[in-house]
Design a protein around this ligand. Structure first.
Ligand code: SF4
Length: 88
């Protein structure tokens, strides 16, 4: 497996590296750049790289680049979650 040196992916510029199955992952925690490489023909990871949990389609921020399709009229869940439910 290829390991990139700290000279090419310096930690002080935000680069971190780890191995997930047969995948070598390099991620820059400053700008979110993620590079995944493998010596094999296919990627076989042993744990999820990320998990997204979307709890509503309602948002009043209005970002032009919204990748979620969220709007002020977006549908949200059937009920409200009180503080006691959130703590569970
Ligand atoms: S990206 Fe979309 S969901 Fe996120 S704050 Fe902007 S409008 Fe709301």
């Amino acid at each position: 497996m290829v390991q990139y040196t700290d000279e090419l992916m310096p930690a002080d510029r935000g680069w971190r590296q780890y191995t997930n199955g047969n995948v070598h992952v390099m991620i820059n925690i400053n700008d979110g750049t993620k590079i995944r490489i493998t010596d094999d023909d296919e990627f076989h990871t042993v744990f999820p790289e990320s998990i997204d949990l979307k709890i509503t389609n309602r948002c009043n921020i209005g970002c032009k680049m919204c990748h979620e399709g969220s709007t002020e009229k977006g549908i949200r869940g059937p009920g409200r979650m009180g503080i006691h439910e959130r703590r569970r």
